[in-house]
Design a protein around this ligand. Structure first.
Ligand SMILES: [Zn+2]
Ligand SMILES: [Zn+2]
Ligand SMILES: [Zn+2]
Length: 156
């Protein structure tokens, strides 16, 4: 259904198959929706409620995938086994990616890519340079003081 709006532009609309509301399709939509957002959320909620086992499996799968891609990223940017570029910490739980200033990832970080999607983003972009592996201690110290105390006490 096409409804004319101001000027030459037209706006696509659709009818939610559940609540029968007529809504406009957002310009970002990649496909024609069949239900409105609240109806989709409600259906998802009901599905989760009715399928707790599948839900738990799906959550575990996402967790495993996240862990795998995280380990892959740490190994790419650090080595095997991954370690903190500053203090040499090797405990995976403490390690995270750190953006080296002036690196090519500044552009990506500006886009607001964070968390697990950041790892996926890096992989999808062929692991761009400008990333190092730091432990949370060194990362935080670098973030609040500009330099980690390790570096300050040991300039080499
Ligand atoms: Zn609806
Ligand atoms: Zn460290
Ligand atoms: Zn350090």
């Amino acid at each position: 259904m096409r409804t004319a709006v101001k000027g030459a532009r037209t706006m696509e609309t659709f009818t939610c198959t559940k609540c029968l509301q007529v809504l406009s399709i957002s310009e970002q939509a990649k496909w024609r929706p069949t239900r409105c957002r609240p109806c989709i959320y409600k259906a998802q909620k009901e599905w989760r409620y009715n399928n707790p086992e599948q839900m738990a499996k799906a959550v575990a799968r996402t967790k495993r995938q996240h862990l795998r891609i995280r380990q892959e990223a740490l190994a790419i940017y650090s080595g095997d086994p991954p370690r903190c570029a500053c203090c040499g910490e090797t405990e995976l739980t403490f390690l995270a990616l750190d953006h080296i200033e002036g690196g090519g990832t500044a552009e990506f970080l500006r886009l607001g890519v964070a968390g697990s999607s950041f790892y996926a983003f890096l992989r999808n972009n062929g692991w761009p340079p400008g990333i190092q592996v730091l432990c949370h201690n060194c990362n935080q110290a670098k973030g609040s003081h500009g330099k980690c105390p390790h570096v300050l006490s040991n300039p080499n």
